[in-house]
Design a protein. Structure first.
Length: 229
């Protein structure tokens, strides 16, 4: 079986080597990039199965790297794991809004990082797509091609956003708690904070524009997809 290719974008060379050592022991092929510009170029060239990016990078920072990778069709669906030394929740929220799938705060345990990487790769590879197109008003969700449109406007979503939207749209009228969304849409084999779900839903609504009205907040419970009338 071919090895998964991982790209680590961080200007701390010692940290890159530490991450490389621990991930290569697990059988992964690990590439390194020392800054954001080099990292984006490597991602487009190598098409890795997962990207690990530090938020604090020289030149193009990790936020811009996330934004750029999500903008490019070649990397729009690649899982992104953020590394951050910042303790402020706002930085993690911004990173998630820009398309990161999960984060690890420095200093971190190598075992935790490996576990997060494995879980993200399992989630990415093992997600089962319904063989149907979901159509709700002007909102169209094509499970086979991962394409979403609102009217004639094509919408670029991260893998996590797509799974949340598809799961909600497949169960119209049902109220899902944040923990149920983690379990049903993302998988129970990864640690995701319930606050992370709120961030993804907020980003999803913003990208969907007027079609975001299909996703409703049920205060005190969670979220649901509005039923057609």
């Amino acid at each position: 079986m071919a090895k998964n290719t991982l790209l680590v974008i961080d200007d701390e060379l010692d940290l890159v080597e530490l991450v490389r050592f621990n991930l290569e022991r697990e059988g992964y092929r690990v590439l390194g990039a020392a800054d954001g510009e080099e990292g984006i170029a490597a991602a487009l060239r190598e098409k890795p199965d997962l990207v690990i990016v530090d938020l604090m990078l020289p030149g193009i920072d990790g936020f811009e790297v996330c934004r750029e990778l999500r903008r490019r069709p070649q990397t729009a669906q690649v899982p992104i794991l953020m590394l951050t030394a910042k303790s402020a929740e706002a930085d993690r929220v911004v990173g998630l809004e820009l398309g990161a799938d999960d984060y690890v705060t420095k200093p971190f345990s190598p075992r935790e990082l490996v576990a997060r990487v494995k879980a993200l790769l399992r989630r990415s590879a093992g997600y089962q797509l319904p063989a149907e197109r979901i159509k709700r008003g002007e909102l169209s969700i094509d499970s086979a091609s991962h394409e979403v449109a609102c009217g004639h406007r094509k919408i670029e979503l991260t893998a996590t956003e797509f799974r949340l939207l598809e799961f909600l749209a497949a169960h119209p009228g049902f109220v899902h708690s944040r923990s149920a969304l983690i379990e049903g849409a993302l998988g129970s084999d990864i640690t995701v904070l319930e606050r992370t779900i709120d961030v993804h839903i907020m980003s999803l609504r913003r990208k969907l524009g007027k079609c975001g009205e299909w996703i409703e907040t049920v205060r005190g419970f969670g979220y649901k997809f509005r039923e057609e009338h």
